[in-house]
Design a protein around this ligand. Structure first.
Ligand code: HEM
Length: 209
């Protein structure tokens, strides 16, 4: 069910970019950077692959019975994060809104660092540490999805509180709300990631006692 929701939101997010038509871009393209659309599309498609592959990396059955598959998809996942994360730093430098820009750049740095930590840990056979960094990394991948849930909800809250009035200019409201939505999703997802990690440690300790 969760995988289906992730897939549906992910597909909805990438749909304006599937035809590779810059005129359909929802991101305002900077004419001073001719490769803006190309780098954006590289970011989007590789991030989508990571988004879809991520949940399968956490399935215990696959890890225990098909370790070669887990390793292969893990390599694809981490390569997508590293390339997409680098592309997102480049497009992030051209993001017009300051709140959104700082959120994206912080997210990109954390995304890259946690992927590198996860990779180093597994190369050195530190399995628990690898798992911990992968939980953090996938929580950051999911920020894109969670922000798309938070933003419409926060627009409804603003409407109910009379902070915006009808008829609304949707582009203006989205532009105002997206930056805060991404920051909120980063905080929420990282808190949930740490909670998941702590629960696993507690479970293991209880089993040992
Ligand atoms: C987790 C790390 C991520 C970072 C740091 C990041 C960063 C960015 C940045 C900087 C932009 C340009 C925004 C602008 O200039 O206004 C962007 C756009 C976009 N990203 Fe990501 N992103 C991430 C994850 C994802 C994921 C997992 C997806 C899923 C497919 C995704 C899909 C998109 C889409 C579709 C756009 C175009 C904006 C839109 O049409 O709404 N991103 N991202």
């Amino acid at each position: 069910m969760v995988i289906l929701i992730i897939l549906i939101i992910g597909l909805a997010m990438i749909s304006p970019y599937i035809r590779l038509n810059p005129a359909q871009s929802r991101v305002m393209l900077d004419p001073s950077f001719p490769l803006h659309y190309t780098v954006l599309v590289i970011h989007i498609f590789l991030a989508f692959i990571a988004l879809v592959l991520g949940p399968f990396q956490f399935m215990r059955g696959i890890r225990q019975r098909h370790i070669a598959l887990h390793r292969a998809t893990g390599r694809v996942y981490l390569s997508c994060v590293l390339l997409s994360g680098t592309a997102s730093i480049i497009v992030g430098l051209y993001t017009a809104d300051f709140t959104r820009q700082t959120a994206f750049l912080m997210l990109a740095v954390l995304w890259l660092l946690s992927a590198i930590k996860a990779y180093i840990a597994i190369r050195q056979r530190r399995i628990n540490e690898h798992f911990t960094w992968m939980v953090r990394n996938y929580a950051l991948t999911l920020v894109a999805v969670v922000a798309r849930i938070i933003v419409p909800l926060s627009i409804v809250v603003q409407l109910l509180r009379g902070q915006i009035s009808l008829p609304i200019n949707i582009t203006e409201v989205l532009n105002k709300t997206l930056g805060t939505g991404i920051w909120l999703a980063i905080v929420l997802n990282l808190v949930l990631a740490e909670w998941t990690i702590l629960r696993r440690i507690q479970k293991k300790t209880t089993e040992r006692d």
